[in-house]
Design a protein around this ligand. Structure first.
Ligand code: R5P
Length: 293
């Protein structure tokens, strides 16, 4: 392990230079992967925009029923047509998502704590590769707790899932966790996103922060931005817009869609930013027009 004393601070991100190893396939970092990987990644990332809108409704895996997700069987059909991928647990997918839907599935495969715990960071791999294949998952999501009590276990979970998933050409998404005692600084997100990519994840889900352009440049796989706590719709659209502008390849949005008064229209507005180049203001005008608010 390198001696970290006196390490120079990273500063040359060459923001104006596009990612080099991307001549034959449009998803960053996937050039050298197999056909199955590319097929699944292209189920998630739209080939025209290169981006994705993931709808996250996996919150129940540690929070139980949250506002807006009381009835998964009702909220999912409302939103499904306007997003590219569904991020959920196997329980939610099997019970509340019709198998004939054509959207990509991002299957959460780790769990191990609940809102009743002080420390949420101790997770295990809860869904094995056999069931992931049986469900035809397009991607496996692993929560990673860098700098917390459960760091070692979560990195072990990530490595184990990547090892198995590589065997079957299934992409893995590393989900950067933020907890009570964990930083939300660009320094922290730079560390976490790069570590997770180097450990083999094909997509990184993280949070919006300053210097996102540098985080994106230093990360050799696509970054998608979590929505986070519910914001007024115009602010959530600004978050999506700033994320795409900084080079994120999409959003993985939950509460800002399912807790909106108009989840379907909010999903459409987000999609206009992610896929059609709308500004946040244009997308909010669309939202206002469609809702009549
Ligand atoms: C959290 O661990 C879950 O992965 C959620 O899917 C994630 O936080 C995204 O949902 P939201 O946009 O509500 O933050």
């Amino acid at each position: 392990m390198a001696d970290t004393n006196g390490m120079k601070v990273a500063k040359d991100y060459f923001l104006e230079v596009p990612f080099k190893n991307q001549n034959g396939f449009y998803v960053k970092g996937a050039e050298n992967l197999g056909w199955g990987m590319k097929k699944r990644l292209s189920n998630i990332f739209n080939s025209e925009s290169g981006n994705t809108v993931m709808f996250a409704f996996d919150h129940g895996y540690f929070m139980g029923s949250v506002s807006g997700l009381e009835r998964l069987d009702l909220i999912v059909p409302k939103v499904v047509n306007y997003v590219d991928a569904l991020m959920a647990t196997r329980g939610a997918l099997r019970t509340c998502v019709l198998p004939d839907n054509k959207k990509a599935t991002v299957l959460r495969v780790t769990s191990g704590s609940s809102v009743l715990d002080d420390d949420l960071s101790r997770e295990v791999v809860a869904v094995d590769i056999d069931d992931s294949i049986r469900m035809n998952a397009d991607c496996l999501a692993v929560q990673v707790f860098i700098g917390s009590e459960g760091q070692k276990e979560s990195l072990d979970n990530l490595s184990k899932v990547v090892n198995k998933a590589l065997k079957y050409d299934i992409p893995v998404m590393g989900v950067v966790a933020v907890g009570k005692n964990m930083e939300r600084t660009s320094k922290y997100f730079k560390l976490a996103t790069r570590m997770i990519a180097e450990l083999g994840a094909n997509i990184i889900k993280t949070y919006y922060c300053d210097e996102l352009e540098e985080i994106v440049a230093a990360c050799p796989v696509p970054i998608v931005i979590a929505g986070g706590k519910k914001l007024p719709e115009n602010e959530a659209l600004t978050l999506a817009y700033k994320s795409i502008k900084a080079g994120a390849k999409g959003v993985d949005m939950g509460r800002n869609i399912f807790q909106s008064n108009y989840p379907d229209i909010m999903a459409r507005a987000v999609s206009l930013i992610v896929h059609k180049g709308y500004t946040d203001e244009e997308a909010y005008s669309f939202y206002l027009k469609e809702t009549g608010e």
